[in-house]
Every structure is written in C-alpha cells, then in structure tokens.
Write a new protein. Sequence first.
Length: 248
Amino acid sequence: MLGVVLVYAGLVSAFIGAVATLWPLRFLGLTSRRRGAVLFGLGLLLVVAGWALPAPETRVASPSSRLDDFMPVWQFSELHVARVKAPPERVFRAIREVTANEILFFRTLTWIRRFGRPGPENILNAPERKPILEVATRTTFLQLAEEPNREIVVGTLVAAPRGAAIGERTPAAFKALERPGFAKAAMNFRVEADSAGGSILSTETRVYATDGASKRRFAAYWRVIYPGSALIRRMWLRAIVRRAEAGA
C-alpha cells in the first residue's frame, strides 16, 4: 500500500509541478516556474521510489481456504468484505449470476484499462448482460476450485515471457507454475453464514511473481492500477449484495 501512496502522491505532485512551470500557482506557494519545476522533479522521484519499493512476500502458515491451496505465497493482494442480508446459498447464486452492467463503473474502468481499444470478449470487454464469471472462465480465466455455497476460486496469468509455452490449462498446472518470468493471479469469492441469518461475503485477489524481475515489473503496474482494481472489486461486491438481497 505504501508503494501505491508514493506513486499517486508523485503523480499528483508532478502534475501540479508541470502546470506551475507554465502558470505559477501562487495560491499553492508556487510563485515561480522554478518552484514548479522542482515540484515536478520531486513528483517524478516519488513515482520512481513507489515503483522501486520492495514487495514483501506473504506465506500462508496453515491453509484454511481453497484460495490458500492455490496461492499459498504472494507479493501483492487486496481483500474486500461485505455483509449481506441473505443466506449463503442465495449469495453464492448471485456471485454466479451477476453481470457487467450491474457493477457500477465496471465497463468504464475496463474501457480505460484497455485504452479504449476494441477486442475479443473477455473480462475487460464483457457483454453487459452475461454473467461476468462465466465470461471470465470461458476466456482468460481458469476456474481453479469451487465449494458450492462457500467459495469459488479463479486464476489467470498476468505476466508471461514473450512466446513462452504455458503448457496445459488446468488447475494443477496453474498451481505448479514456478518458472521464471511469470506472474499469476488468483481471486476468490467466499461466503460464510453470520449469526443473524445473513452472510459475510468477501473477495480476495493475490498475485505471485515467480522471480525478482517479474516482481519488479508487476509492482510498477500494480501500484498504478490498484485504485481502479479496488474500486471494481468493491462495486462487484455491491452488485452481488443487491442481487442476493433482491431475491429475499
């Protein structure tokens, strides 16, 4: 998270500094173009520092979920949790059925992520009314595991050497992949019953880079896209909550 903060503090500072080199911003104390240039340079240094910040490795001591089974070690992660006034079986059905047009900002953010370019149907270019998980697992994601009414885990490669032969597309191959040059991501949705007849819904994403060079490259990417990624996941959970509760 510190890396993300440094990158975005640097981007904001560099932008303000760039503006101030053209038009001094006296209300910010940037009374000369020279001060703007200094702020611009400091902003760039913050961005570089954020990108270069080491990503610590986290390891599961005792697996307690299917996500732990498939991604016991990772360097990058995010976790989001929501409470749902619906039983686990209804929440799990909503996870399976929710569509792209139900997820606020989803299509806008994925359009930005692919730089507005058209492309084949996948999670970054999802049809409005098809279940988003069905689109994902039919295209770029692989379903790794499922425990009905409790947890579903999907995975994908987020970095690979150019021209590399990935091998068979199976959960076992995904779990065993350790060759240098790769970064793999696994994401789950997990449902647990609460004491009030409802559920606790969570989604966690973990990314594991197989070597130092891959980790450094992915760190620069992750620390730029993290805010958008986190927003998508929060809105995704909200869409699942709405659909599950509407079925009450």
